[in-house]
Design a protein around this ligand. Structure first.
Ligand code: ATP
Ligand code: MG
Length: 180
């Protein structure tokens, strides 16, 4: 499984529909200061369900929508779609490509989609559980994350190993069953 494509529209500095294609292996995103490199990783965390405006370097959620520039008007909504290659069926879906989409309007309305079907954020969390993919999972290593892992409490560190071992979904199911 690998990240195949990222489509952004109206997200932060990406006013126009922007598509980035990735291939297996290493991809480097380079560009001058302020050109939108970090906005790409913000988009990835956002589509995976990031709810904190601060961690997306804004003050309110609306700040992820293109706010306009000298030559362009603001837009009314934004959308990020992330497409994974699933030919090995690591994600438990019959599709060989899986696309997760998040859309939000200035009015505050928002939606998540899984292969173009409306879904809940919870469905996305469940789908990626134990894959290392997620807004806080180890597939996204931000600045300072290594220090955080090394200095975190042993219980927090254990969560990282549990995700890698693939047992988070069983623990989650057990917890849910105990609630009922
Ligand atoms: P650096 O090399 O300094 O880390 P970078 O390439 O990571 O830079 P970003 O932080 O991704 O750059 O992009 C910052 C730019 O995105 C700024 O010019 C900022 O004005 C623009 N930006 C952020 N949010 C919005 C928004 N909602 N509407 C329009 N532009 C935005
Ligand atoms: Mg940056």
């Amino acid at each position: 499984m690998y990240l195949k494509r990222l489509d952004m529209s109206g997200f932060k500095s990406f006013a126009d529909r922007t598509q980035m294609e990735f291939v297996p292996g290493i991809t480097a995103v380079v560009g001058p200061n302020g050109s939108g490199k970090s906005n790409v990783t913000d988009g990835i965390r956002w589509v995976l369900g990031e709810q904190s405006a601060k961690s997306l370097r804004g003050s309110k959620m609306e700040d992820v929508i293109f706010a306009g520039s000298e030559s362009r008007k603001p837009v009314g909504y934004c959308e990020v779609a992330m497409t994974f290659d699933n030919s090995e069926h690591k994600l438990p879906l019959d599709y060989t490509e899986v696309t997760v989409t998040r859309r939000v309007y200035r009015s505050g309305d928002s939606e998540y989609l899984l292969n173009k079907q409306t879904c809940r954020l919870r469905d996305i969390h469940e789908l990626f559980m134990d894959t290392g993919i997620g807004k806080d999972a180890y597939s996204m290593i931000g600045q300072g994350k290594i220090d955080e892992i090394l200095s975190s409490k042993s219980e927090d560190r254990r969560a990282i190993f549990e995700e890698a071992a693939g047992i988070v979904k069983y623990k989650t199911r057990k917890k849910e069953a105990e609630k009922k």
